[in-house]
Design a protein around this ligand. Structure first.
Ligand SMILES: NC(=O)c1ccc[n+]([C@@H]2O[C@H](COP(=O)([O-])OP(=O)(O)OC[C@H]3O[C@@H](n4cnc5c(N)ncnc54)[C@H](OP(=O)(O)O)[C@@H]3O)[C@@H](O)[C@H]2O)c1
Length: 284
């Protein structure tokens, strides 16, 4: 990669950013397509996010990604916000169009695309999903799944009131009523597992070795597809799904695809997914 005065700059604003994998796959993608862009992680402390956003305009960046802790606080500094990002109240991608900054969220779209474009494939229409979690990712994923016309969602979350809040949001924003909140302690009750097609773990359980499995092996084996969005390691859930021959994806897949959607917003070019996956040694 040769950096010159013509090179277009894209940043990643986070605090911290040291461990981010995004520079790896974004720069691999630019290089592969011969695009004169560079993706640079930048540590921006919470009190400096407003100034950093001004810097996008001042320095004429093509755009940036946002990660923890800036995804919500950044909204007030933008000129325009895409509808999905507005609904969710989070932005992970900014595009700079001649000094006007527009915010997007690419997690939901990345999640769905990673399944659709996987070797396994999956037809969402009319399907039932069992979702663990009710945090930021769960909000993005459920919205995207509803757009794909799934028919029913079970939600089980450690703090039940957060699951109830998500159910309310899905009803109000999408008119989607077929949501059943399952008390966390009853999550393995067989009644709920008879008709499940897709299981999604959108909690942080699995990030640490020794974390418990949230689902019994017996219930898991009835499902058709398993997705664990945790991406820092191969989780016990992914291992169990693989052991039982159930098609599954791990969180690196979603990570690469949400990045691919951002890449396409910045460059207007189709992201070279296989190259991006290879750069993070994605095998699940
Ligand atoms: N692959 C990707 O591209 C991608 C993108 C974003 C996030 N992620 C990963 O997804 C996970 C969730 O992220 P997020 O942004 O949604 O976080 P978040 O908004 O903080 O939500 C965390 C969720 O995990 C649950 N949880 C946390 N600790 C738990 C425990 N010990 N037992 C049961 N449930 C627990 C929380 O339940 P309560 O409501 O009870 O707190 C909540 O539902 C993280 O591992 C993150 O790294 C992956």
């Amino acid at each position: 990669m040769e950096i010159t005065g013509k090179t277009k700059v894209i940043g990643l604003f986070g605090y911290p950013v040291k461990h981010s994998l995004s520079p790896l796959f974004q720069n691999a993608a630019f290089q592969f397509l011969g695009l004169d862009y560079v993706y640079i992680p930048m540590e921006v402390s919470p009190e400096n996010i407003g100034k950093a956003v001004d810097g996008i305009r001042a320095l004429n960046f093509v755009g940036v990604n946002l990660t923890i802790p800036h995804k919500k606080t950044v909204l007030k500094y933008l000129d325009e916000i895409d509808e999905e990002a507005e609904v969710l109240g989070v932005v992970n991608t900014i595009v700079n169009k001649k000094g006007k900054l527009k915010g997007y969220t690419t997690d939901g779209c990345g999640f769905v695309r990673s399944i659709k474009e996987s070797e396994i494939g999956f037809d969402f229409a009319g399907k039932t999903v069992f979702l663990f979690g009710a945090g930021g990712s769960a909000w993005a994923i459920t919205g995207a799944l509803i757009r794909e016309k799934i028919s029913k969602i079970y939600i089980s979350n450690r703090t039940e009131k957060n699951a109830v809040l998500l159910k309310k949001h899905l009803s109000e924003k999408f008119g989607f009523k077929n949501v059943v909140v399952i008390p966390f302690e009853n999550r393995n009750d067989e009644r709920y597992w008879k008709d499940v097609h897709l299981v999604v773990n959108a909690t942080s359980v699995g990030m640490k070795k020794g974390d418990p499995l949230l689902i019994s092996e017996k219930n898991l084996t009835g499902s058709k597809f398993v997705y664990d969005i945790v991406y820092n390691r191969k989780t016990e859930l992914v291992i169990l799904a693989q052991k039982n021959g159930i098609p599954c994806l791990g969180g690196l897949s979603m990570l690469v695809y949400q990045g691919a959607v951002s890449f396409e917003l910045w460059t207007g070019k189709k992201a070279p997914i296989e190259i991006m996956k290879k750069s993070v040694l994605l095998t699940t």
